[in-house]
Write a protein of this length. Structure first.
Length: 194
């Protein structure tokens, strides 16, 4: 039974070495997992974020076509639109006051809003707003003044101003003016904050 004794000796004497090796392997695996785990989780997190971003981009891209710059708005029936006003001949009231400077083409302005009394008796909130073709002809400009000396102006792409929705807001001692163009229809209000 010499082989049996030798086997028993190896098994008995080898047990501490086997335990040491097993412990060493476990420690290596634990260290490897401990250092790899954050990398794995970060990698999985990045992959998931990229996947979600790609999926969201695909959904947004396919479900929403590129919108037009300004959607066309239909004014209510019977409304005289800005386009109609610009087609009419210019009158004396349509001319900008002399001191008011604006980026508009000569003789294209039309008075589109005023809250002045026709008899000139009410001067509490004397706002006037004109619309005119811009100097580059591809824009429509709105010019607002409360004192006929200083003005606020804004220019918009022609299509947006005539058929879309744009607005102008201005303030003075006379109050706050808000003017909206929707489908070429003009809506203006003046509010006093006194």
């Amino acid at each position: 039974m010499p082989g049996h004794e030798a086997g028993a000796g190896v098994g008995g004497g080898g047990a501490p070495r086997l335990q040491d090796r097993t412990r060493a392997v476990r420690e290596r695996i634990t260290r490897l997992i401990g250092t790899t785990r954050p990398r794995v989780w970060v990698g999985l997190g990045v992959a998931a974020a990229v996947g979600v971003a790609f999926a969201a981009g695909t959904v947004v891209g396919t479900s929403r076509p590129d919108p037009a710059a300004a959607p066309s708005v239909t004014p209510s029936a019977g409304t005289i639109t800005l386009e109609d006003l610009l087609d009419m001949p210019q009158t004396y009231a349509d001319q900008l006051p002399g001191p008011v400077e604006a980026p508009v083409t000569l003789r294209t302005t039309r008075l589109i809003f005023t809250n002045r009394a026709l008899d000139g008796g009410s001067f509490e909130t004397p706002w006037s707003v004109w619309a005119g073709v811009g100097t580059d002809r591809s824009t429509i400009c709105l010019v607002a003044t409360a004192n006929r000396l200083e003005s606020t102006s804004a220019c918009y792409p022609r299509q947006d101003a005539l058929h879309g929705s744009v607005s102008l807001s201005a303030q003075s001692m006379s109050g706050t003016l808000t003017l909206n163009l929707r489908g070429g229809g003009v809506q203006g209000t003046v509010t006093n904050e006194n």
